[in-house]
Design a protein around this ligand. Sequence first.
Ligand code: SF4
Length: 148
Amino acid sequence: MDAWFGTMELPLILKRFEADYKSELVGERLLSTPQHYAYLKISEGCNRTCAFCAIPLMRGGHVSKSMEEIVREAEGLVRKGVKEIMLIAQELTYYGLDLYKKRMLAYLLERLSDIEGLGWIRLHYAYPHKFPLEVLDVMREREKCSQS
Ligand code: SF4
């Protein structure tokens, strides 16, 4: 039996094998990096149209993870000893536009920088067009946040 699935379609894969996907049974994330740092994906896909890039074709359009899910995951990582979190996405600055109808990266940074025990939040991959300038205010005010 051959079938194609997208990278976010684990429930569909399981369904194909007549198994149920139960999100409540998915365990806490396992760390594959050294204990002091971790990558944290905040969205998948991209709505930009850079001519050289095939990512939107392969990954599809931008889909944000909910803020609660991200904060919960970050808190879990900190409990495991992580001090430095690197936020990743194909395009960080787009975060929230699909879910909350506005760019929410700055607010997400505030929420994450409130987590006790987390020492450093780094941002990877920010597209410059329509960059949410309030992110710079948060970076200035909260010393945990920085751009890589
Ligand atoms: S923003 Fe990044 S992921 Fe999106 S199309 Fe451009 S290069 Fe590709």
